[in-house]
Structure formats: C-alpha cells, structure tokens
Ligand binder design. Structure first.
Ligand SMILES: [Zn+2]
Ligand SMILES: [Zn+2]
Length: 499
C-alpha cells in the first residue's frame, strides 16, 4: 500500500544526489547540507549531513531500517559526529553505527541510549500499511528494533560545535521531548528544527511532551526567523521557509488560548481518540487532549474529573449547596463550579477549604460571621477556606469573583490569589501534579527535603503562568509559594553540604 505513494512534490524540485542506496533518497538542500530522506515509510524521516572542512555532522540517524552509515560513506570521507534532534526512536535508529555521538546530559536521553527500543514497540513501523519493503535491501521485519548506542560526550544549550570552517550552535528546545534541540548555522542562516517544527501534523502526544515548555521553545525559534534563509525539519519535506516559524508561534498561541477549534472526529478520521487535530495552512498540531486542557483554567466538569482521577486522603471535593449561595450576587460559572464541583477539603500547599457551618449546623459563607473582626460588606466576600497561616481565602463578588486571601495580621487587607475559582482549582491540580511528580522521580523525601530540579520547577511555573499569569505577579500568594520552594531548597542544600 505504501509502495503506491508518490514522492512529495517538493522532492522533484530539489537537487537529487544519486547513491547506490535503494532505501534513502539524498538531496543537496543547502551549501554543504544533504537531506537524507526515508520516504518509503510513513514516518517520512529526514536526517541531515552537514559538511565542514574537517568533520561532518550527521543530525539524526533515522529509522535504523537500513544502514545510514553506508549512505553517509558515499557522501563524505570526513569523520562523522552524530547529534540527534531528540531521542525518539525514529531519529536514533542508526546511532549505533557511529563512534562519536553527542547528546544532552539527561536521564531521558541516557535511558534511550542504554536501552534502544524493542521490537514490540516499533513493529508497527514495518507493517505493509507503514512501509514499502521493495525499497529495503534487507527486509528483516520480524527482527526490527532500535539498537542501544554509546554517548561519547555531552552538549548543552548554547554549545558550539566546530566542524572546520563551520560552527553549529545547539539551541535547547524542550517540549516535544525534554531533550529536543535545534541546530543553528548562523553564517548561512540555516536552522534544523527536528520534530519541534515540520510541515505536517506536529505530534505533541507522548507522556514526555510538555506544551507550556514547547510554547517557550518555539518562541525562541520564532525570534530567529528574521535571520534565517532556510529551515530544515525532520519529517516529510526537507526545506521550509523561515516564515513558518513565525506562523508556528501565532498558531500555537491560538491553540493554547482556545481561539482555534480542533477538527471534529469525522474531519480527522485517522486521529486517535485521545488526540485533537488543529489544522493550519502549512502544518497542524496533533495534541493529546489531557495535555491541552491544563493550559487554561478548567471548567468544573474537567476539574472534577481530573481531581478525582487521582485523589488522596482528605482531598474529596465539597460542593456548596445552591441554597447557601442565594444571598450573593455571583457569576453563573462561579455558582456552577461551587455547586457542581467545589474545592478539596485540603490541598497543597497547606490549604484547606470549607464550607463552614455555624453552631446550628447551617452553612456559613459570609466571611464576617467566621471572622468577626473583619469589617466588610457582608454581601462582598464568600468564604472558601484558609491558608496554612490561618488567613481566610475568599471569593470577592465585587471584583468579578476573583480570589483573595485576607491578611489577618494587616486588618484583613485583601491580597491577590487567583483571577477566578476555576484558576484557583486548576492551580491546585497543577501543584498536586508537581508534588506527585517529584515524589515519584526524586524519591519519597523529595517534598520534605525540597528536592526538585530546575526543570521540574520551571515547568511548574510555566504551567501556572499559562493558566493565570497574574497570579504569579510579585507579592501574590502563589509568587510567595514558589519563592518559598526555592528558599527551602537552598536551605536543605546547605544543610546537606551539597552547596
Ligand atoms: Zn519525535
Ligand atoms: Zn519524529
């Protein structure tokens, strides 16, 4: 079936370089730049060979279905340095054929290098729907797997790789994977984007994908667009206009802010049930649903579903009866949220939520009943709960239902917390995931010892920022919480003598 596919139209306009290889198609796409394409498998992977005067850099090594070392040998006699755009299996298949392999210094990357990928994970790549076996010199479909490889040295964001008369700069672009990089040849204005950008459905689907981080990364690339002449992506077609990077930033912003509608299931019949496809003129995004919903405040149904999917001790949600709210003028979405979902009885960081009952067992939402010293219009605040220091957390019906904490040491003066009940609830969910993540990745004492990495912290901050940016302004509740995490970490690091 895949054998009937025509090559993409762009290939006919490129300078083909003939080799003896039947699996790879090679094109000269820039000065000293060869695209090594694998158009006979549905991934349509493209690796690149970049020629210097002393060495050549091979950016990705493809599927590992046929020897990429053999085709590289026909193109240059220079020593080869391998560097991967990221370590998804479709880009590292030939790594094992080379001695010099540069990589990011990350557990994620090291795991891929140590383990490769077994046949069971990649066998779908060699079914007749996925591949045209006629082009493979040796079609060992039953044995196909990804070989482990050895990393010879590490690179990081900003590393310069000198291959003789040509400098290649590494730009970290985490998001699609934590170890994703782009490669920049400043002199020629070339940028290799890996899977961060290509002109096809861009996959933001895997467990290691992080949309907030991806957004930061593409913004970095978008800023480079003006100084570029060519963009070289890792799938489908090898040459793209630098203008696409600007379009990419704008398009992704529309997706994240909910301004762009996904295609419905009939329009995108090959899309997995877990994914949404957002289509733009030159590319599209295939995004796993549960990654996407975290980027805006969640509505009550989605929050409830996500919170209850993973509930801990004393974390049950407590709805507020409609009857108790009738005294207050609140917005319909707020009323619905409180009545249908409510907030958890307790949540990190040291928060607890009501509702509160007066001595007759009646729900008390008016904050002045519980905090008699508070002098405010009784119709103004709805009491939601309190923080670890005993300050009330309230919903301010005079301020569009925004959330404040009232500083009991300063005459209950209102201090900003979140812009809505949905934003507060979504923050609780993101914060809880952060705690669960550091416990599972850094060990059972990670919370007590404030043991988290800059990456984990950065991702927490980005996710919160995407949901409710104002809530992270200086001297807000959440700003102080995040600062507190860093201060604690510093303290425990000194305590443990690790600097
Ligand atoms: Zn990938
Ligand atoms: Zn890929």
């Amino acid at each position: 079936m895949w054998c009937d596919q025509e090559l993409r139209a762009q290939f006919t306009r490129l300078n083909e370089v003939l080799t003896s290889q039947s699996w790879f198609k090679v094109y000269e796409v820039g000065s000293g730049v060869y695209a090594i394409a694998e158009p006979y498998n549905f991934q349509e992977i493209i690796s690149y060979l970049i020629i210097g005067s002393e060495k050549a850099l091979l950016f990705d090594t493809g599927m590992g279905l046929s020897s990429i070392a053999s085709v590289v040998k026909e193109l240059t006699r220079l020593p080869i340095i391998v560097l991967n755009s990221h370590t998804h299996y479709d880009h590292i298949g030939g790594n094992f054929e080379f001695d010099e392999v540069l990589a990011m210094n990350m557990d994620y990357t090291q795991n891929r290098a140590d383990n490769g990928m077994p046949h069971t994970v990649v066998q779908h790549e060699v079914t007749t729907e996925a591949i045209c076996l006629d082009h493979l010199p040796v079609a060992d479909t039953a044995g196909y797997h990804i070989n482990p490889f050895t990393i010879s040295s590490h690179i990081q964001d900003g590393s310069q790789i000198d291959i003789g008369g040509r400098n290649l700069k590494v730009i970290a672009v985490p998001g699609h994977t934590p170890d994703a990089i782009a490669l920049l040849d400043e002199v020629n204005g070339y940028l290799w984007t890996g899977d961060t950008f290509y002109e096809a459905p861009i996959w933001l689907f895997d467990p290691e994908t992080n949309l907030a981080v991806y957004q930061q990364s593409i913004k970095k690339l978008g800023k480079l667009a003006g100084q570029l002449t060519s963009v070289f992506p890792a799938h489908n077609t090898p040459v793209a206009s630098p203008k696409r990077l600007t379009e990419l930033v704008i398009a992704f912003d529309q997706v994240i802010t909910g301004k762009k509608e996904p295609l419905n299931s009939e329009e995108s019949d090959h899309v997995s049930d877990d994914a949404l496809l957002f289509e733009f003129e030159h590319f599209s995004f295939m995004i796993r649903k549960d990654l996407l919903i975290m980027k805006n405040p969640l509505n009550y149904t989605t929050f409830k579903k996500n919170w209850e999917a993973n509930i801990g001790d004393r974390e049950e949600l407590i709805p507020t009866p409609l009857e108790a709210m009738k005294e207050f003028e609140i917005r319909e979405h707020t009323r619905q949220f409180l009545a249908e979902s409510g907030l958890p009885r307790s949540a990190s960081p040291f928060l607890s939520f009501g509702p509160y009952f007066d001595k007759n067992g009646v729900i008390e939402l008016a904050v002045d009943e519980v905090y008699p010293r508070l002098d405010a219009d009784p119709k103004r605040y709805i009491l939601l709960g309190s923080d670890g220091a005993g300050n009330p957390i309230v919903l301010d019906t005079f301020e569009k239902d925004a959330i404040f904490w009232l500083d009991h040491e300063d005459s209950f003066s209102p201090q900003p917390m979140n812009s809505s009940i949905e934003a507060l609830a979504t923050f609780l969910l993101i914060y809880r995931s952060f705690i669960q993540r550091i416990l599972s990745e850094n060990g059972g004492d990670a919370v007590i010892d404030a043991n988290f990495t800059d990456l984990q912290f950065g991702e927490l901050k980005l996710e919160l920022t995407n949901v409710d940016a104002q809530a992270l302004d200086e001297e807000t509740f959440w700003y102080d919480q995040l600062e507190g995490l860093l201060v604690n970490r510093e303290f425990y690091r000194k305590e443990n003598g690790s600097g």
